[in-house]
Design a protein. Structure first.
Length: 283
């Protein structure tokens, strides 16, 4: 059982070289607040499996794409599941945590996502476009992403890539949730400057859109970021659902909103540490 002050292992790569952003600043800020409520230790993702047994829970935050250490991440995940270790976010996520297959599945099911297939023979299922985006299913931070004219569209035939029409959009917007509670939204007014974010006043229709994906994913606890683009006709389309270690862009928020988010995160993490681990449901 957890101690009076739960022992939390906070996993982060403080040296991760994010483009145009300093992930470490966010984790320094968050841990400075969480330390008031938990006995906290920070570690690099490569050390998490070796250190987690001495703690009541593991919080995976800005640890960078797991592609750079896939073998070690898989070992950490397997060990955590075998031991029943509480990992936050829980390892039951069906979205980016499990790769990008969900975009193909949600597209086929009629969800409002950027139309997506994973094989050239299914190209007829997409709207006709002059250019297409091709990217690996196991991808992150735009690694391996290509934009190709329709006449030069190529890709492996093994279903390992995603193919999407290159969509013109007015802006990108992200909705941030703790558990299933909406916290704030940010958007990039200039599509060419994805990470120059400003607070966004989400409408009821916006939140209905975002909650549809939160409900689909079914995480009982954790932080999730719903990334969308607003098409020129005003419709929101899902770009990705980040449920592993979403960057939060807290520096783009006013102080009151940052405090509110930390309060929600602290309460969620406290409930999580003292509750039963979430069961992994087979896909």
């Amino acid at each position: 059982m957890p101690t009076v002050r739960p022992r939390v292992l906070y996993v982060t790569d403080l040296a991760y070289p994010a483009r145009g952003r300093r992930y470490c600043d966010e984790d320094i800020f968050l841990t400075s607040r969480l330390r008031e409520h938990f006995d906290l230790a920070l570690c690099h993702p490569l050390d998490a499996a070796a250190l987690m047994d001495a703690h009541d829970a593991v919080v995976v935050r800005n640890s960078g794409p797991v592609l750079g250490y896939q073998k070690e991440y898989d070992a950490f995940r397997a060990r955590a599941l075998d031991s029943g270790m509480r990992v936050y976010n829980p390892l039951t996520g069906k979205a980016d945590m499990a790769g990008k297959q969900y975009l193909v599945d949600l597209s086929a099911a009629g969800f409002p996502v950027i139309p997506t297939v994973d094989r050239l023979e299914d190209l007829h299922l997409l709207p006709t476009a002059e250019r297409y985006v091709v990217k690996p299913k196991l991808g992150a931070d735009s690694l391996g992403l290509r934009i190709l004219p329709a006449g030069r569209l190529t890709g492996p035939a093994d279903g390992s890539v995603l193919i999407q029409p290159c969509v013109d959009f007015a802006h990108e917007v992200s909705f941030y949730f703790v558990d299933d509670d909406f916290q704030y939204a940010l958007y990039a007014p200039d599509p060419e400057r994805r990470w120059e974010l400003k607070p966004y006043a989400a409408t009821a229709a916006d939140l209905e859109f975002a909650r549809r994906f939160i409900d689909w994913n079914g995480l009982g606890h954790g932080i999730q970021r719903v990334d969308a683009c607003r098409a020129l006709d005003g419709e929101l389309l899902l770009v990705e659902l980040e449920d592993l270690n979403p960057y939060l862009s807290l520096d783009a928020l006013p102080e009151e909103a940052r405090v509110s988010f930390v309060t929600a995160l602290t309460a969620s993490l406290s409930r999580f540490v003292h509750g039963a681990p979430e069961a992994l449901v087979p896909a």
